[in-house]
Design a binder for this molecule. Structure first.
Ligand SMILES: Cc1cc2nc3c(=O)[nH]c(=O)nc-3n(C[C@H](O)[C@H](O)[C@H](O)COP(=O)(O)OP(=O)(O)OC[C@H]3O[C@@H](n4cnc5c(N)ncnc54)[C@H](O)[C@@H]3O)c2cc1C
Length: 397
């Protein structure tokens, strides 16, 4: 029997666990090294689009995640004063066009669904990678607790501050000038309208507000994006102040007012991305997800792109020998680079248009948003939602 390469995945976030599940499906073992001693519930909601749902379905994860995910019926956009701008249907139209629904889910529920699929065996908690050295025909990994591991392949799924990425570039995260307040509000503390399965977005000068239900509709997850001038913090658990949130969206109408006033615990962190990678691999080392392409959240594709990377890499590793690994990684990076760069840049572009001051340019933008809403708006997202990573069936097949 052929020996499998020793694969070390660094990080048990969304991308790392998806890779472990996809490798397992291909019959390839791996070890997942995670710095946290426990995977506790941190963060708020993430959006899962058909381009991630189709591969997650193939991995057998959707059955579990749909117990807590909310199937989204439409995306509504309004002005900060509450005037309707556009409505794009998701619901059955999404399933018809892209062969999968659109979900909103608590990040912790998605991570738990992936963990349930992967099982505890490959997981090495409390292992923070601190160094990597080339070793004979492989890479020697060193962890903060002094332990080491010899791998034939290292995949950095270690997020925006990736240690593994340092083997590919010496770049640094780029601050966007924006921060995000995030949190969760029990739906029972909000007006009845909050229960509708919608992604709701309000646009205003220099800032915008998004909210949607998660955890079977019990909680409303919000992300409130506004300029951040003070010392930028990039941590999913940094505290924010409910008073600052209310002040930042003072005068905004409808659910924005209700949600900001009902929020008791608020996190606030700075928004960063990075420049695109010119190379995704060095010998037997590669990256995926935020370690490869952290992106601003304006296209809501962060978790989705991590899933795409993971299934693409796993499908390329299927049947690979140790000797093939560097070439396989080169092909993987070439395939994923163009796609993720387009999305990273698209997200950056949106940050300006979504935050225009009231006036002629904002009116033009609203007209354009209106013209591209409805079913035409959903069709216009085919470049995002119809993409079939790895061995995922294409939309509609
Ligand atoms: C705790 C947390 C909460 C988040 N909450 C939200 C949210 O509410 N909404 C949202 O849109 N996005 C959230 N994100 C980000 C979101 O998960 C990612 O943008 C996206 O899913 C891409 O996933 P990823 O697997 O590339 O990275 P991540 O999901 O960020 O996972 C990276 C993993 O690598 C681990 N890690 C980092 N460095 C090391 C190291 N040196 N050694 C070992 N392990 C390491 C981290 O602990 C983490 O588990 C959160 C990320 C984290 C880590």
């Amino acid at each position: 029997m052929r020996a499998h390469p020793r694969i070390a995945v660094i990080g048990a976030g969304i991308g790392g666990l998806t890779l472990a599940a996809a490798l397992d499906r291909a019959g390839i073992p791996c070890q997942v090294f995670e710095q946290a001693r426990q995977l506790t519930e941190v963060g708020a909601g993430v959006q899962l689009a058909p381009n991630a749902i189709r591969p997650l379905r193939q991995l057998g994860v959707v059955e579990t995640l749909q117990r807590s995910a909310v199937r989204i019926e439409a995306m509504e956009t309004r002005s900060w004063a509450g005037a309707p701008i556009a409505r794009t249907p998701f619901g059955p139209a999404c399933e018809k066009l892209f062969a999968a629904p659109y979900y909103a889910i608590h990040r912790a529920d998605l991570q738990a669904a992936l963990l349930a699929r992967v099982g505890p065996r490959p997981l090495r908690l409390g292992h923070a990678l601190t160094r990597m050295e080339p070793a004979e025909d492989g890479v020697r990994l060193g962890f903060r607790d002094g332990t080491t591991y010899h791998a034939d392949l290292v995949v950095g799924a270690d997020g925006i501050h990736s240690v593994v990425r340092q083997a590919l570039t010496d770049d640094a995260p780029v601050f966007s000038g924006l921060g995000v307040f995030r949190g969760l509000v029990p739906v029972r503390d909000l007006p009845q309208a909050a229960r509708e399965p919608l992604i709701r977005m309000w646009l205003g000068p220099g800032r915008h507000f998004v909210c949607y239900p998660v955890r079977g509709g019990e909680l409303i997850s919000f992300a409130a994006i506004a300029p951040l001038c003070d010392a930028p913090v990039e941590s999913w658990s940094a505290d924010g102040s409910p008073g600052d949130l209310v002040e930042a969206f003072d005068g905004w109408r409808g659910l924005v007012r209700d949600v900001t006033r009902a929020a008791r615990t608020v996190r606030r962190w700075a928004l960063y991305d990075r420049e695109e990678l010119t190379t995704w691999s060095a010998g037997r080392i590669t990256v995926l997800g935020d370690a490869a392409h952290p992106m601003l959240p304006f296209l809501a594709q962060g978790a989705n792109q991590a899933v795409e990377d993971a299934v693409e890499l796993a499908s390329r590793l299927d049947g690979t020998t140790r000797a093939d690994i560097p070439a396989v990684l080169g092909d993987y990076g070439a395939t994923r680079g163009d796609r993720t760069t387009a999305i990273q840049q698209g997200a950056r572009g949106h940050s300006e248009s979504m935050h225009l001051p009231d006036g002629p340019r904002q009116q033009e933008r609203d007209l354009a948003l209106r013209a591209s809403s409805g079913i035409a708006g959903l069709r216009g997202r085919a470049w995002l939602y119809a993409y079939a990573a790895g061995a995922t069936p294409a939309a509609g097949t």
